[in-house]
Design a binder for this molecule. Structure first.
Ligand code: G3P
Ligand code: CA
Length: 240
């Protein structure tokens, strides 16, 4: 179901957790988002070799852990041995990669909304979608997002009750026919699309909108419409 903001205050989603101050997509970043007063968190889902949905943005471990292996070649138990974030915080021992199941439990206990972004390895192995959707359905405030329209269409067919957000892109989205994205309840746009002609087209689509890439409260003056119901930011504390 769509999340309604009381009095149209856009809800604040911590992008990859409070990733402006913690290492992205880790339990530390999600706990910090809660501490900063975020309404929800955004995270990225990839699949392990044994089909477990885990929280990591990239297809491989190079940027986050200095290891070249693709996530999809390691089992969950192998992946749990990997420590991410070490090279960014030198004195730090690194974090484990969380599973989607762990984060869903965290959100349920702490009444956080969840924005689950499906990444490439999920699109490549849609046979694991059912597991992801069953976990999502444990939460009251949840939506599924992706840049991949095809996988979102499958989600909508499998679970019409789940809210779907399509991540629009300047170059690849069909801006002359936004009506074709019928599977989507909402559009998520980067801050760079908060300009004409994109903004009018998005507002006229009648869908709910959330904006990512915003970094400070001054961005909220960009809000021209109650159709924008969410900010997705690395710094949730600046918006709450
Ligand atoms: O919420 C949208 C945003 O997360 C998409 O970009 O690269 O951070 O996953 P990315
Ligand atoms: Ca994301």
């Amino acid at each position: 179901m769509a999340i309604e903001s009381p009095n149209y205050r856009p809800l604040v989603f911590a992008h990859r957790g409070a990733s402006g101050v913690c290492f992205e997509n880790t339990m530390s970043a999600f706990k910090e988002a809660l501490r900063q007063g975020a309404d929800g968190i955004e995270l990225d889902v990839q699949l392990t070799a044994d089909g477990v949905p885990v929280i990591i943005h990239d297809k491989d471990l190079n940027r986050v852990a200095g290891i070249r292996n693709p996530v999809s070649t390691l089992t969950l138990s192998e992946l749990k041995e990997v420590k991410v974030g070490r090279k960014f915080f030198r004195k730090f021992n690194g974090h484990q990669i969380p599973t989607l199941s762990e984060v869903v439990s965290f959100c349920a206990i702490n009444h956080l909304a969840l924005n689950i972004e499906l990444k490439e390895t999920v699109s490549e192995r849609p046979e694991y979608l059912r597991d992801i959707l069953d976990m999502a359905l444990l939460l009251d405030q949840v939506h599924i997002s992706s840049f991949d329209a095809g996988i979102l269409e499958q989600v909508k067919m499998m679970e019409p009750s789940l809210e779907i957000a399509f991540l629009v892109k300047k170059k690849t989205t069909d801006w002359d026919d936004l009506g074709k994205y019928k599977f989507a309840d909402g559009f998520h746009l980067s801050k760079s699309l908060m300009q004409e002609p994109y903004l009018s087209k998005l507002k006229n689509s009648g869908k709910i909108l959330r904006v990512y890439g915003v970094t400070g409260k001054e961005d909220s003056v960009l809000n021209p419409s109650p159709s924008i119901i969410g900010w997705i930011t690395d710094y949730p504390g600046r918006f709450t």
